[in-house]
Design a protein around this ligand. Structure first.
Ligand code: AP5
Length: 182
């Protein structure tokens, strides 16, 4: 059973939902950079105040800051982990590679959740998180296409990529993922 996993996909593809389900089933750490940053905002920390406006606009927080969060959390991990929302660009992918080499926990599989744009827009507008306004969704999708999408080929070249059709019901997607984890 694979225990070092990563979810890649556009905003609203279902990364957080699937990562959470899996983390409960296998007691793996679910490391969502978005979720951790939102907690900092909720708690009004200095970090939270630094990132609030950036996140509300749908832009990316600095690579250094996110790397710090990832490092702190992976260090505390024992059983296995699921990364969700990280890396988001080539520079973050290279940093992740270095961290994982240092802690000797190589990435084993990348699940790419593929979803049509019109479906993700509907899902996000329905969810209504603070950054789920039409304008912010547009920014997030544009940034995803420009900076994150190239990682699909990056992980494909490393023979780590597993394609998942994410435009299906939750359970069907989960079963598909679990089959590919074995
Ligand atoms: P982040 O929290 O990572 O947001 P995101 O990537 O835009 O992803 P979402 O949470 O919107 O979507 P998801 O794919 O997780 O889908 P979900 O399961 O929630 O990042 C937010 C911000 O933080 C960024 O914009 C940036 O500012 C900052 N940030 C985070 N990481 C960063 C990094 N590495 N570097 C720099 N900045 C960073 O599902 C969406 C909805 O669809 C839910 O309502 C869900 O219930 C529903 N749904 C899920 N699956 C299904 C299904 N199969 N059928 C029907 N509905 C479904």
């Amino acid at each position: 059973m694979k225990k070092h996993l990563l979810f890649l996909g556009a905003p609203g593809a279902g990364k957080g939902t699937q990562a959470e389900l899996l983390s409960q089933t296998y007691s793996y750490l679910h490391l969502s950079t978005g979720e951790l940053l939102r907690k900092e905002i909720e708690m009004n920390t200095i970090l939270g105040m630094q990132v609030k406006d950036i996140m509300n606009k749908g832009e990316l927080v600095s690579d250094e800051l996110v790397l710090k969060i990832v490092k702190q959390n992976l260090d505390n991990n024992k059983k296995g982990w699921i990364l969700d929302g990280y890396p988001r660009n080539l520079s973050q992918a290279n940093s992740l590679n270095k961290v994982l080499t240092e802690i000797n926990q190589p990435l084993e599989v990348v699940f790419y959740l593929d979803i049509p744009e019109e479906v993700l827009i509907k899902r996000l507008l329905l969810r209504g998180r603070k950054d789920d306004t039409e304008e912010t969704i547009r920014t997030r999708v544009d940034i995803y296409k420009k900076t994150t999408e190239p990682l699909i080929q990056y992980f494909k070249d490393l023979s780590l990529l597993e394609y998942i059709d994410a435009d299906r019901d939750l359970k069907t997607i989960s079963s598909d993922i679990e089959l590919k984890m074995a």
